[in-house]
Every structure is written in C-alpha cells, then in structure tokens.
Write a protein that binds this ligand. Structure first.
Ligand code: NAD
Ligand code: MG
Length: 297
C-alpha cells in the first residue's frame, strides 16, 4: 500500500467490500477483524500539535477511539483510555503504542453504564494524568433490531445509558477540572441526521449527543473551553461486526458510500486532533461529518 499521505485516489486507498462473514459477540474485538482496521499504528505521523496535553478517551481500545488515542500520543499527549474489561487484549496494544511515543498511558477499564464508575473514571484520569485538557466521549453501543417490536426495554435502556447517560456523567465530572483552552469532543453519527430503520434507539441517542454537545458548548465557551461533535459515516470497526449491523450488511459495509468502501479509523483521527488542538481555536459548537461523501445536514 502507498504511504497514507502520498497523493492517490482515496476510493482505492483502503479495502473495499465484499468482506468475509465475521460475527462477534459484544463488545467486538478489533484484533479479530478481517481485514484488520488501520488505526494509524504504522501510518499516523504526528507533528507536536498536542505537546504536553492530557487526554481521556472513552472507548480508546479499538476503532475510532483507538485511532484518536494513537494520534494524540504521536502529537505529544499523555492519554488515558476507558473500555470494558472484556477488551483487555485490544487495550493492551493501545497502551503499548502510547508508551512507545514516550507518553504516559493510563489504563482505566470499567463499565460506563454505572454512574459511580463514570465519576471514578474521571477522578482517576485526572489524578494519574495530573489534570485533564482533552475529553473525548466516544464509547458507544449499537445493536441492530429489524423491527420496533424487537427493541426491548433492556436494549433501549442499555443504549441510552451507554450513549447518553454516560456522556452526561463523564462530562459533568470532568468540567470542573478543565482549564481554559481545553476541548471536549463527542462522537455522534450520520445516524443523527439520516437514521437507519434498524437503529431506532441508537439513532435517537446520536441525535441527542448532537443537541447535548451544542448546548454544552454554549456553557463551556464562557470558561474558554470548546466542545464539538464528530459525526462519522461507515467506519470499519468491531462495533459493526458485533451486532451493530446484520452479518450480511457487514460483508457489504461501506459499499453504499460514494467511496464504495468504509472509512478506516485513522482517516477520522485528524479531525479529533484538529478539534483537540489549539489549531481549532475558533471551532466550537460544530458538527464535523466524516461520512464518505454523504454529508451531515
Ligand atoms: P468500537 O467498538 O471500536 O468502539 C466502541 C467502544 O465503546 C468499545 O471499544 C468499548 O470500549 C466502548 N464501550 C461500549 N460500551 C461500553 C461500556 N458499557 N462501558 C465502557 N465502554 C464501553 O467501535 P467504533 O465504531 O470505533 O465506535 C466509536 C464511536 O463511533 C461510537 O460512539 C459509535 O457510535 C461511533 N460511530 C461509529 C461508526 C462506525 O461506522 N464505526 C459510525 C458512526 C458513529
Ligand atoms: Mg473495543
């Protein structure tokens, strides 16, 4: 494969469907994906944009969160990652990559559907990093259900807890620690704007994340803190193969996009870096779509 940053047709830069059938239980493990996603392990090059910053990333073990974690460390930040115990294998790789940059890696496994854990998570991140400058709220639950009758109260509750309540609990605990110049970044989805029939509960939370972040941005700018939303389209992550989409759709994942392929996590990392860094000094309350051509309204 050509160097990631050399000029080339982006449609052909990464694997295109069809992909092998590959169902996994929740939470999905990135190491089990075929083809393996590019989170920037060998392809992301930093240039000191986040020197000395302290970042907490939820869902930093895999997928989009892992790509942000690697990029932040390469840009000079110390990084704490939150994830589920079952994802230790993925997390260990990320922690190693952060340390390989000479940065501090903070390991914070735990279930964010617990309010008390969310508070402890933030306290631990602040204590072990020695402060907090960048908060990336990225962890998410996505389980497709073909019909409204199949979305149980348990499903609905878990999706709300993971995607909305945890966002509030973590942001609420973090805000008192954030200095002027800090940045909060949430991860919504194109689903907030163009919801799939099979993602009723998930799409609802993603629209909620957009509204919450825009409201929070209005409060935080009073303290010199920015807050923004990233809204991805189809990205090649274990969220999709662990029930986010039906198995058959995973095999064709990204085919519907104008690129004819899914995005790789490293292809969205630069947006997190921009929003986290002082390069984004006039950017707040915005939604950044990275959708493979579909656009966000
Ligand atoms: P991913 O599975 O790699 O990451 C999601 C992470 O969420 C998991 O690694 C896990 O650590 C964390 N998580 C889930 N439930 C948790 C819980 N109860 N406690 C603690 N951590 C928990 O998949 P991803 O695609 O990188 O997802 C990251 C974000 O991107 C999610 O918010 C997702 O909704 C969003 N997103 C993804 C896509 C896509 O196509 N992959 C598209 C739009 C939005
Ligand atoms: Mg994971």
């Amino acid at each position: 494969m050509a160097d990631r940053l050399s000029m080339q047709d982006p449609r052909k830069q990464y694997p295109q469907p069809p992909f092998p059938r590959q169902p996994q239980p929740v939470p999905g493990i990135a190491a089990k994906m075929d083809p393996e996603p590019d989170h920037g392990e060998t392809s992301y090059k930093g240039s000191g944009k986040l020197t000395g910053r302290k970042a907490l990333i939820t869902g930093g073990d895999s997928g989009i969160g892992r790509a942000a974690a690697i990029a932040f460390a390469r840009e000079g930040a110390d990084v704490a990652i939150s994830y589920l115990e079952a994802e230790k294998q993925d997390a260990a790789e990320v922690l190693k990559l952060i340390e390989a940059e000479g940065r501090k890696a903070v390991d914070l496994p735990g279930d964010i559907t617990s309010e008390s854990w969310c508070k402890t998570l933030v306290e631990q991140a602040v204590a072990q990093l020695g402060g907090l400058d960048i908060l990336v709220i990225n962890a998410g639950r996505q389980q497709n259900r073909e019909d409204i009758s199949k979305v149980t109260s348990e499903d609905f509750d878990k999706t709300m807890k993971t995607n909305l309540y945890a966002m509030h609990w973590i942001a609420q605990a973090a805000v008192p620690h954030l200095p002027a110049g800090a940045s909060v970044i949430t991860t919504a989805s194109i689903q907030a704007y163009d919801p799939s029939a099979i993602l009723l509960d998930y799409a609802t939370t993603k629209a909620g994340i957009v509204a919450y972040t825009k409201a929070l941005a209005k409060q935080l700018i009073e303290k010199g803190i920015r807050a923004n939303v990233v809204a991805p389209g189809p990205f090649w992550t274990a969220l999709q193969s662990s029930g986010g989409q039906p198995e058959e759709k995973v095999m064709e994942f990204g085919k519907q996009s104008a690129f004819g392929r899914p995005g790789q996590p490293v292809e969205i990392a630069p947006v997190y870096v921009l929003l986290a860094s002082q390069e984004g000094s006039y950017i707040s309350g915005e939604v950044f779509g990275v959708t493979g051509g579909a656009g966000v309204a």
